[in-house]
Design a protein around this ligand. Structure first.
Ligand code: IFM
Length: 427
């Protein structure tokens, strides 16, 4: 039986471009993801987010599902181009109205809204002026954050500024696999990092100044290392490797993002750290220092081919807590499975339940070891548009039939609902 502290927050997460659809409705402007997904050859099967899970129309069903699960919080993202089709003023009242409906329904259902201001759907107009290579984008992000904070003052008090900078810069401006599809030199990627850090800082200031009750963090997806054994030297090797600045530029490190923001007091220092963790790498101490241990051939893997390594949910939070001493929320964790609707009309996903059982038990160990972990958001609430992989990867607690938009709660949803209800005692 696992122990979670009283008041531990159980939630689920989503992101605007991945679920909303309605890309040409409600006065929304174009985002870099509209452009990118409509560029031939960029997305598997030529999929786009034009309709996605159709949450722009079906958000009431999503809120009902959240209520049925008994969740304490829902993490969603606000599409910048819905609020500001041109990146800034004039603001779009219809865009605010969409999120008003969602936020008010969540509050009515007794669910805390946790809003992310940037989950990668940059207004295309800003990309046309250089996107994150341009310092003006950081300034515009601060202005947008202030306007959103003013609008939702008193209703939304928990905020993520930016989701996974490592990913949107590394894949959007580095490898070109994500929007806007650029392959920049490391120096130019570092300029994006600088502007992103400034953007985060300006947004944090705006959120804190607008309402002293606002609690602000950001979500990091840096690589997680865990010790190959319980030996002290292997633990030390994993600790060093997790924050190592590897040869050259290693964009997928927590260090690049969290060290400058969290190790000293400053206007961008988060109130909490969001960790998005799906898997990790085993590390041991070798003769010349830390060395990674190859994942066993034939070991368990998700439909996305990601290794199943529950240890990451113990050691990632432990090492982050040791280094930064800030409260931690698991802002994303989950897996894609080859889910389908069975002849009985249900979606049976025993692998998801087994994965979650293992990972949540590991998270309980992190808490028992002293890490201040305060909540867990399952990725994702519903199946959705998985970026370059299109609709082929299903991460949801609810299956989405993309032809009709119909949702079917998977078996794992009932299981997770029970975890939530018992505060993890069933684990
Ligand atoms: O779907 C993504 C999400 O947008 C960011 N974190 C990882 C998830 C799964 O790949």
């Amino acid at each position: 039986m696992a122990e979670f502290p009283k008041g531990f927050l159980w939630g689920a997460a989503s992101a605007s471009y991945q679920i909303e659809g309605g890309v040409q409705e409600g006065g929304r402007g174009e985002s870099v993801w509209d452009t990118f997904s409509h560029t031939p050859g960029k997305i598997k099967n030529g999929d786009t987010g034009d309709i996605a899970a159709d949450s722009f129309h079906r958000w009431r069903e999503d809120v009902q599902f959240i209520k049925d699960l008994g969740l304490g919080a829902y993490r969603f993202s606000i599409a910048w181009p819905r609020i500001a089709p041109n990146g800034g003023e004039p603001w779009n009242p219809e865009g605010f109205a969409y999120y008003d409906g969602l936020v008010d329904a969540l509050l009515e259902a007794g669910v805390q809204p946790w809003a992310t201001l940037y989950h990668w759907d940059l207004p295309q107009v800003l990309q046309n002026r250089g996107g994150w290579q341009n310092k003006d984008t950081a300034q515009a992000f601060g202005v947008y954050a202030r306007r959103v904070a003013e609008h939702f003052k008193g209703r939304v008090t928990h905020w993520f500024t930016i989701n996974e900078p490592q990913c949107f810069i590394g894949m959007g401006y580095g490898t070109g696999e994500h929007a806007p599809g650029l392959r920049l030199r490391v120096e130019d990627q570092l300029l994006c990092w600088k502007n992103m850090l400034l953007g985060h800082t300006l947004a944090s200031e705006a959120l804190h100044e607008t309402d002293s009750k606002n609690i602000v963090g950001l979500a990091s997806c840096g690589g997680v290392c865990y010790p190959a054994s319980e030996k002290a030297e292997d633990i030390e090797a994993a600790r060093q490797e997790m924050f190592a600045c590897l040869e050259g530029f290693h964009g997928f490190s927590n260090q690049h993002l969290l060290d400058p923001l969290c190790l000293e007091d400053g206007p961008g220092k988060p109130d909490f750290i969001g960790l998005n963790i799906y898997h990790g790498t085993a590390v041991r101490m070798g003769e010349k220092g830390p060395e990674t241990v190859p994942y066993p051939t034939g070991g368990p893997r998700t439909a996305f081919d990601w290794p199943v390594t529950p240890e990451a949910l113990e050691w990632g939070p432990r090492f982050a807590w040791e280094r930064y001493g800030l409260p931690i929320y698991l802002s994303e964790n989950g897996l894609s499975c080859h889910d389908w609707v069975s002849l009985d009309g249900k979606v049976h996903d025993p692998q998801r339940t087994d994965f979650l059982l293992r990972y949540l038990q590991a998270l309980a160990k992190a808490i028992a070891a002293g890490a201040d972990v305060r909540g867990y958001f399952h990725w994702a609430l519903t199946d959705n548009f998985e970026w370059a992989a299109g609709y082929g990867q299903r991460f949801g607690l609810a299956y989405v039939d993309y032809a009709t938009g119909r949702r079917i709660p998977k078996d794992s949803a009932a299981w997770y609902g029970n975890v939530v209800k018992t505060n993890g005692k069933v684990l």
